[in-house]
Design a protein around this ligand. Structure first.
Ligand code: MF3
Ligand code: CO
Ligand code: CO
Length: 335
């Protein structure tokens, strides 16, 4: 049999045979997963027991005190290692619950419970203003770039979903995310996930003391564009510690003015959002959900790290050393 290049999702017609190999017409098979994501219903706010230590915005909303030093002391780093590892374990466990039919609100309930069982606070809950984020995890499906609000929409076979978990414990945040295919996703979506994961890995490998943070963006942009994909500009990596989002700003594309030099002890995230089509974004009327302007898909992977004397130490690596999410190849360093 001849090898065929899969038809890009955008070019599939309703009566074409589905890419999944079922033999059914696309419209009777995976087409539903290519429709635009529509908001569902957002459930009531989930309570956090009073004995859990909260970030300052937990009651009244709010953003960040941007005076936190970028370079952390040894004690802060120890706390960030413990919190980061716990966040990675929660991301792994919530990811294991992904399957066709589960709602993003059910994933939120699980993430909320796991954060509390770990003795921490789910950082997204009530973060920000006008309005504060209402849930405990961000769930971003298909063309949603980031900050998707968990709701009553069931995940469908063929969707892709990013879970962005942040845990606040011992006075510091650990911020990490990954993207999964739900059931059987089309080949182009799987390639997007794999390339995005590689972009994150290459961004991390560009971390070195004395170098400007623009090295990170260059490494990510070069890899994404070589694969025919685009880099979302509107959302950036960020310093993190006692506060959720602080300087430095980590652009995921090259910009000569991103000239902040990396220093040992600096903690920040790298979290590229990579787009199949247009990288431009628009905001839903909920004030949070960001989607691509053309409705094509994006993927994202995120780690919190600390700059070391010769590179980076991942603070949100799972204790087993493996990344969460899809896109790893057996035997490759990302697997
Ligand atoms: N975790 C996201 C990040 O990577 C921030 C989410 S803010 C929220 O920076 F309010 F949407 F939770
Ligand atoms: Co982040
Ligand atoms: Co995040």
């Amino acid at each position: 049999m001849a090898t065929t290049t899969p038809t890009p999702l955008a070019k599939m017609r309703p009566n074409d045979p589905c890419w999944c190999g079922s033999g059914n017409k696309f419209k009777r098979c995976h087409k539903a997963a290519t429709d635009r994501v529509v908001a569902g219903t957002i459930s009531e706010r989930r309570p956090v027991p009073s004995e859990i230590e909260r970030p300052h915005y937990a009651e009244h909303g709010g953003t960040d005190d941007r005076n936190e030093p970028m370079v952390k002391d040894a004690d802060t780093l120890e706390r960030m290692r413990r919190t980061g590892r716990a966040a990675a374990e929660i991301l792994r466990q919530v990811g294991e619950a992904i399957e066709p039919g589960i709602t993003t609100d059910e994933l939120d309930a699980l993430c909320h419970r796991l954060c509390i069982e770990a003795g921490g606070y789910p950082s997204p809950l009530n973060y920000g203003t006008d309005p504060p984020f209402p849930k405990s995890v961000c769930t971003s499906v298909n063309e949603v770039i980031c900050h998707g609000i968990p709701d009553s929409r069931p995940l469908r076979d063929g969707d892709i979903v990013n879970l962005d978990v942040t845990l606040f414990r011992e006075g510091v945040h650990g911020d990490t995310n990954a993207t999964w295919a739900v059931g059987t996703a089309d080949p182009e979506s799987l390639r997007l996930i794999r390339v995005t994961r590689e972009c994150t890995q290459l961004g991390i490998e560009a971390v070195a003391p004395g170098r400007p943070v623009s090295d990170i963006g260059r490494a990510i942009q070069d890899h994404a564009e070589a694969a025919g994909f685009g880099v979302v500009r509107a959302f950036v990596g960020h310093g993190v510690g006692r506060e959720f989002h602080t300087p430095p700003e980590i652009l995921h594309y090259f910009h000569p003015r991103a000239d902040q030099r990396m220093e040992p002890g600096m903690t920040f995230t790298i979290e590229p959002m990579i787009a199949v089509g247009a990288w431009q974004q628009k905001l839903w009327s909920d004030g949070w959900t960001a989607s691509t302007v053309d409705g094509k898909r994006t993927a994202q992977f995120e780690h919190t790290l600390v700059v070391t004397d010769d590179g980076a130490e991942l603070l949100t690596l799972h204790p087993d050393g493996r990344w969460s999410g899809d896109g790893g190849q057996p035997g490759d360093p990302l697997g």
